[in-house]
Design a protein. Structure first.
Length: 705
């Protein structure tokens, strides 16, 4: 087995070798075409491609980093801590459209590597689409064995103080040969290939490792000029063909691929690609001439560039459609562009109020970037010049950079730069800067590709900035409508938490309040106005004001809800609201409760027993003007805690609401202590995840006695 270890990877070399051995055994036991291992460094939310088998960095580099919230099987397996199986193209297209768009047909199983309730990484096993629609017991067992063994290995490495931290490029594991070829075998294999009409051997990066004379004749390029190059780079008439995409399909899909291409002379050549774990064998054969037709237009020779234009543009476009915030755009760009162009650093700057501000970066220190953050667009520096002039700037070396800008500063070993203006219809949005550790010529094809990508980035950055501006406005509005702090009430301690929705305007109608009504009484309320928009927030503000006014006037929960309902009906906002009112009578050690269609509060007793309080509800506010709201009374013992919450905490598609409330009560009961912040965290659980679609309000009140 051959393992290529990059120096930047950290951890024990023995541990890396053991992990590679587990991977090779998994590939053999499952007959997989490719296996990818992603590690999740402690404290991070990004899976990093760390080891691969049966495919190459060139092919898989766009997936070098995957955020755990992305819509791909590896991320889903990590989030949900389960094996994810995608066994047919229809399922792939339906549930993972970005992956289906960018990766040829294949089947994949993704499973997390978990030890002691901690996800250390995820493995992805790929097969051709001819794989049966279900995993076999042998395959499932092999994946489980790998996850168990590798998970324990990673856990032991963490405990030893030498965790496995991947390098920027993953380790490549080659398969073991059944036996090492002897010289006679090598000569026979060479003679066999040389006798074929046309034979090429490619490594997993697409580079030619063998080209026989018949193959060179068919391609029209001497064999000596083919070796170590890629066919679509060394053969001019293959530059406009689908060779590269077919090669990717063969490597990732793990199945033979057949296609034809036409030479400028009119000769058609059939290509057959046969992939394996160590490379791709190519067989070529000329085809009969087609019927007479118009002369084909000669294709321009391709320039020598590492970038795959169509694939990279499509992949970047698909990835950027999933970004919402500026940090998401920056992270996506760093994950996609650095490996694709071989760049060492990236800076993303946004234009605002005539200045450029750094909003994302990879490969730089904060201290270095602070020098340039906030510079005026009228400054005489490359970012400002590129953006105001709407013209990209390329510098092939630091010497060239220094000749153009005398004040140019070199960061580390950086020796080439691309300054790409981000412009939408003449309006400056920002600047994208790529830097490289070595001199770079930036051929015209690569420049055109970078400029095309800059157009996609400009739209994504502008959309993200607009979203964040709206989000900031919504949060400011929400902060102004909710209590800035809860009052101090002798005998009671309280804490509250509000989590906005992750979609839309991030502003909703959930509200809470704790109102001191006298020296020995207080009223806790929580409610939810229909909708998630500014209108709902405005109604919520009016509703909270009415509740507060009636509570201070000394009304009981039943009268308070009845009067508030009348006020809301008089406003006639076209919306309705739920509301729960709990009045604490500290002198008599009792509580009075009434509800307008709101979820039941949770009562945690001193001995830890917890229940959802059930009592007769009244109708929602804003529907029936003369509605009544039954009031119930309960004794209040010392060290009792009440939890009030809104439906965003318990409503989950496909789960009965009563079961969700019961599960919430169970988490409340199992909380280790009476610290209100810890209790709140236990109630919220995973509610802070990016996928949340409803806002959440929680109010906990503890009676100290």
């Amino acid at each position: 087995m051959k393992v290529v270890v990059w120096a930047a990877a950290s951890g024990s070399a023995r541990d890396w070798a053991d992990l590679a051995g587990l991977l090779r055994r998994l590939a053999e036991d499952t007959s997989a075409s490719s296996v990818l291992v992603f590690l999740l460094p402690p404290g991070e939310r990004v899976l990093r491609l760390s080891m691969l088998y049966g495919t190459s960095w060139t092919v898989i580099s766009p997936w070098a980093r995957i955020h755990v919230e992305e819509s791909v099987p590896a991320a889903e397996a990590t989030r949900e801590r389960r094996l994810v199986w995608v066994g047919d193209p229809e399922t792939m297209a339906l549930h993972y459209p970005r992956l289906a768009l960018m990766v040829p047909e294949h089947t994949v199983a993704s499973s997390p590597m978990i030890t002691e309730d901690t996800v250390r990484g995820t493995v992805c096993v790929l097969w051709p689409p001819s794989h049966p629609p279900e995993l076999s017991p042998r395959e499932t067992a092999a994946i489980e064995a790998f996850c168990q063994g590798s998970g324990q290995l990673l856990e032991d490495a963490v405990r030893s103080g030498r965790p496995l931290v991947p390098a920027e490029r993953p380790l490549t594991v080659d398969p073991d040969r059944a036996r090492a070829p002897v010289p006679a075998d090598a000569i026979a294999a060479h003679d066999f290939a040389a006798r074929l009409p046309g034979a090429l051997s490619l490594d997993l990066d697409g580079r030619i490792t063998f080209a026989g004379d018949p193959a060179a004749g068919l391609l029209g390029v001497p064999a000596t000029e083919l070796t170590a190059g890629r066919p679509w780079e060394r053969v001019p008439w293959l530059a406009g063909s689908a060779f590269e995409e077919r090669f990717r399909a063969a490597v990732i899909g793990g199945r033979p691929v057949r296609f034809t291409a036409e030479r400028t002379s009119g000769t058609r050549v059939c290509f057959e690609l046969f992939p394996g774990a160590s490379g791709v064998s190519v067989h070529m054969a000329p085809l009969p001439h087609p019927p007479p037709a118009a002369e084909p237009r000669p294709l321009s020779p391709a320039e020598d560039t590492e970038v795959r234009p169509y694939h990279q543009l499509m992949h970047l476009a698909a990835a950027l459609t999933e970004t919402v915030r500026v940090k998401d755009v920056a992270e996506t760009l760093a994950n996609q562009l650095l490996p694709s162009f071989g760049a060492a650093g990236l800076i993303l700057m946004a234009a605002s109020e005539g200045r450029l501000h750094v909003v994302g970066q990879r490969g730089y220190s904060t201290a270095f970037l602070s020098i340039f953050d906030g510079h005026s667009l009228s400054s005489d520096n490359p970012p400002a010049k590129a953006l105001t002039g709407h013209t990209p700037l390329f510098f092939s070396s630091f010497a060239e950079f220094k000749r153009t800008y005398r004040d140019a500063v070199q960061y580390g070993t950086r020796n080439a730069w691309a300054f790409l203006p981000l412009v939408i219809r003449g309006r400056p949005v920002g600047i994208l800067v790529l830097s490289f550790d070595h001199t770079r010529d930036f051929p015209s094809a690569e420049r055109h590709l970078m400029v095309s990508m800059a157009g996609l980035v400009a739209q994504a950055l502008d959309r993200a900035c607009l979203h964040e501006a709206k989000d900031n406005l919504a949060r400011t509005l929400q902060t102004g409508l909710l209590p800035q702090r809860l009052p101090s009430v002798p005998g009671l301690t309280a804490t509250a938490r509000y989590l906005p929705a992750r979609h839309g305007m991030d502003v909703g109608g959930d509200f809470y309040d704790l109102i001191r009504c006298g020296t020995t009484s207080a009223t806790a309320v929580i409610g939810d106005v229909q909708g998630h928009n500014v209108r709902a927030a405005a109604v919520m503000g009016q509703l909270r004001t009415a509740v507060h006014t009636h509570a201070v006037a000394g009304m009981g929960p039943d009268d308070l809800l009845a009067r508030t309902n009348q006020v809301m009906c008089d406003f006639d906002p076209g919306l309705f609201a739920s509301c729960l009112c709990v009045q604490f009578d500290l002198a008599r050690r009792r509580v009075l409760l009434a509800t307008a269609g709101h979820l039941p509060p949770l009562l945690r007793r001193p001995d830890g027993r917890t229940e959802a309080l059930a009592f007769p509800p009244g109708p929602l506010l804003g529907i029936v003007p003369e509605a009544d709201y039954p009031c119930v009374e309960m004794p209040l013992a010392a060290d009792t805690t009440l939890a009030l919450y809104t439906d965003g905490l318990v409503e989950v598609p496909g789960i009965d609401i009563d079961d969700a409330v019961a599960d919430l009560a169970g988490r409340f009961a199992r909380a280790p202590d009476d610290d209100l912040e810890a209790l709140t965290d236990r109630l919220l659980g995973d509610a802070s995840c990016e996928a949340r679609v409803d806002d959440i309000a929680v109010l906990l009140v503890h009676f100290t006695g």
